[in-house]
Design a protein. Structure first.
Length: 435
């Protein structure tokens, strides 16, 4: 056991960040039109340059932070491998008695524990390219940033009327329309080890090494309501303004993700069924600014029910995900599926893996903006819908036992709903071994 601990520690120390810093800041750069200034600052407009910045319009700040948070929080949603695999045993009168026929599921948990003194080690690679955010393609995100509603005595004096209605003065009707395109790729290499501390008690640790790369661009246009001279523009003059511009950014980072410590207790076990409790704590060891970690502590508490009918082994996991953050909700976790031994060397594993948001979202996108003057009209801040970030995935894979005792794992995880930031497919390849 000591050898495996030192191997994990060595990999931890070797996996320091390797590339660019601050990928979250690079996303923010797509909203910065003047180097060294705040997002949405308009250098060419003189006294009107601050009318769209996030301190002037909290709605604009919510839109920008939502994009960054949606990308960053997804790191914590990538599932880690199961805590046990291969053969599991209990000891009766000093002799080992096998408690499982199948090498187990891939991302679900089974109730059987390894057996006292037994070790389960493995590594897998998860590869995914994000494609959509709440059902909207990442190459077709549209954001409309609105002007602050200026309502001051000075404005009333200049306009000669009440500036409270949205659209007075007329320049309040100007909108920054931004089209955003993101290419976001992630590779997570997970190293994991579990140890049978007692016949019915396993402890383990999982170490993810994350590599993230991003390419982004924004096409921006000011929709101006100026009658003669423009109030808001990127460059030029009020009579000959530059009303459109583009931005682009790219970067990558690699390093340790959020380390998980796990414990599983087998509560009851019979010839046909078993029940266990599992606790999983994820620590914010990954650099959240580089999109390598979530930036907050989280914990899973699961009940695990397993059954065995010859080569067919169904299982169900149910519990809660608790997050120590103000920006993400807790969630209810439910996973159901089976693993089936098709041959002594081949096992099929299939699951539906779900995560259901608890309560209303802590961060809501701003709603429709209504202008009163010069005529009543509405502007939608974004084409991203205000919906729950429930996650429902189908998992389908195989385990192949080699002559050396090493198990080869292959799996595909396919989203079947449109909550949150999602890839079209996450594929997994890995190796497992227990002794």
């Amino acid at each position: 056991m000591g050898r495996w601990v030192w191997c994990v520690l060595g990999l931890w120390l070797a996996a320091a960040p390797l590339a660019a810093q601050g990928l979250r800041d690079k996303i923010s750069e797509l909203f910065v039109f003047t180097p060294g200034q705040q997002p949405l600052f308009l250098a060419g407009t003189g006294t009107h340059q601050n009318h769209f910045i996030t301190s002037a319009s909290s709605q604009n700040g919510v839109l920008i932070s939502f994009i960054g948070n949606a990308v960053g929080s997804n790191v914590a949603s990538i599932p880690l491998s199961a805590t046990s695999g291969g053969s599991t045993f209990r000891f009766e009168g000093g002799a080992p008695v096998r408690t499982s026929v199948s090498p187990g599921p891939i991302f679900a948990e089974r109730a059987q524990t390894l057996g006292k003194g037994r070790v389960f080690v493995g590594a897998n690679i998860n590869r995914l390219k994000f494609q959509s955010l709440r059902g909207v393609g990442l190459h077709d995100i549209r954001l409309n940033f609105v002007h602050e509603n200026v309502d001051t005595p000075a404005c009333d004096s200049i306009e000669g009327r009440d500036c409270a209605p949205y659209g007075v003065p007329r320049l309040e009707n100007d909108v920054i329309a931004l089209g955003l395109a993101l290419d976001l790729d992630m590779t997570v290499t997970s190293l994991f080890v579990s140890y049978g501390l007692l016949d019915r008690l396993d402890v383990g640790v999982a170490l993810p090494i994350v590599s993230t790369s991003m390419v982004g661009s924004s096409n921006v246009q000011i929709i101006s309501f100026a009658e003669s001279t423009a109030a808001h523009f990127f460059g030029g003059t009020p009579t000959n303004p530059q009303l459109s511009t583009t931005r682009s950014t790219a970067g990558s980072a690699s390093g340790i993700g959020d380390v998980a410590a796990r414990i599983k207790i087998n509560v009851t076990q019979s010839e046909r069924t078993s029940f266990a409790l599992l606790g999983d704590a994820r620590f914010p060891t990954g650099n959240a600014e580089d999109l390598l970690g979530s930036g907050h502590f989280s914990a899973r508490l699961l009940g695990v029910l397993s059954a065995q009918f010859g080569p067919f082994s169904p299982h169900a996991n149910f519990g809660a995900l608790l997050r120590n953050t103000d920006s993400l909700n807790n969630a209810v976790l439910v996973t159901v599926g089976f693993d089936h031994v098709m041959a002594p060397w081949a096992t099929l594993a299939a699951d539906v893996v779900t995560q259901f948001q608890v309560g209303e979202g802590k961060v809501k996108l701003p709603g429709t903006v209504t202008y009163d003057v010069p005529f009543v009209r509405t502007v939608e801040p974004t084409n991203i819908p205000n919906r729950r970030d429930d996650l429902v995935n189908a998992s389908f894979g195989f385990k192949f036992l080699t002559g050396s005792g090493i198990t080869i794992v292959t799996n595909a995880l396919i989203p079947i709903n449109e909550g949150g930031l999602r890839p079209n497919l996450m594929w997994t390849a890995g190796l497992e071994y227990n002794f």
